[in-house]
Design a protein around this ligand. Sequence first.
Ligand SMILES: C[S@@+](CC[C@H](N)C(=O)[O-])C[C@H]1O[C@@H](n2cnc3c(N)ncnc32)[C@H](O)[C@@H]1O
Length: 235
Amino acid sequence: MNLWDKLAGIFGREEEMPQGIADHVLLAYPVMIELIQKSFPIMKHVRVLDFGCGNGRLCKKLHAVGCRVTGLDTSEEMIRTAGKGLPSGVNLVAGPIEKIEKEKFDVIISSLVFQFIREIDVTIRQLDRLLKPTGLFVLSAFNPPFVSNLLKEKMTFRDFDSREFPRVGTMALAESDSVPVFIREPEEYSNFFVERGYKKLLEAYPPFTEEYLEKHPVPFPVQDPEFLILGFQKN
Ligand SMILES: C[S@@+](CC[C@H](N)C(=O)[O-])C[C@H]1O[C@@H](n2cnc3c(N)ncnc32)[C@H](O)[C@@H]1O
């Protein structure tokens, strides 16, 4: 069983906003979607692949702004849960990237997935084949200083090689489960894309705002933004 299968339920239903979800939905998604809107004036022609779509929250938002969305995830249970809450126009694929053979996309978007992949070189190469020329690649991942702060407080992250400059460790997910995590500096991600001829369009760190924290208080340190968001344009 894929470990993420077990977590499909804890991500909650659309009308709920469980702690641990609100942050990426309310802080990171808008920045990622705004970059797509800036790059493509007419959204209804934009084909988007949401790589590692989980239970489909981002797919739903992309569909709502007019995109033609495909969500892919290796967890069958995540895809099953996504299928229950998404409009029928959203195409869902359970399995590895190779399952998509012919379709090409204007945008590949990926929220909090690359940090769970050890060999991103292989993954980026596979996704690059599915992206049209001049297409957009947008990703979010944990911001290294945020992880460092939580390690100092002994929260969420464990078994890291360093607390100051964390790179490889684990992250607690459910009660007794944890997954390997690979924390990368923005330059490390950027190099993979720039080497393939992509142009960097965005490096953003959406902060925890007072307004956000009032509605969604969090138990962890918030002096550093949680997410790093990067956007690249293919040649
Ligand atoms: C933290 S969840 C994020 C889900 C979703 N993107 C979101 O923003 O809510 C990570 C997701 O990545 C998926 N995943 C992990 N490795 C993957 C891979 N190699 N290919 C596709 N999906 C993957 C997991 O199954 C899980 O659904």
